[in-house]
Design a protein around this ligand. Structure first.
Ligand code: SF4
Length: 117
């Protein structure tokens, strides 16, 4: 019976496995891991409805529901989705996205709204 060759697996010999965490940091992502990461909150998808289902030529940027959260950066969110907002990109919207069916025009002259006598 031949002896097993020395193993490269962490933790097999002389404490080499103790630093498993640092080994994992330098490891490249597999294609599946990369896809999974890209799916999780890295794309703006905080729309109230499917983009493109609203009036032609309009965008989230021209919608009254668009909220610009000013922090260190400006984050664009849909006000109709406020209950679902997180601090991540997953609940952002793009101002350039085609309008959804909940699109609402921005009132042109706010003073005229109160002047209905
Ligand atoms: S068009 Fe308006 S209602 Fe629709 S997702 Fe964009 S900001 Fe929200």
């Amino acid at each position: 019976m031949t002896p097993h060759p020395p193993s490269d697996r962490p933790g097999d010999q002389d404490g080499r496995g103790a630093d498993l965490l640092s080994m994992m940091k330098d490891r490249a992502l597999t294609p599946t891991e990369r896809r999974r990461m890209q799916r999780r909150g890295t794309q703006a998808k905080g729309y109230a409805a499917q983009p493109g289902t609203g009036p032609a030529g309009e965008t989230c940027g021209s919608c009254d529901h668009l909220v610009r959260k000013v922090m260190a950066k400006v984050y664009r969110k849909c006000g109709l989705m406020r209950a679902h907002w997180t601090g991540g990109t997953g609940t952002d919207v793009l101002a350039t996205s085609p309008a959804c069916r909940n699109w609402q025009a921005i009132p042109q002259n706010i003073d005229s709204l109160g002047d209905r006598s």
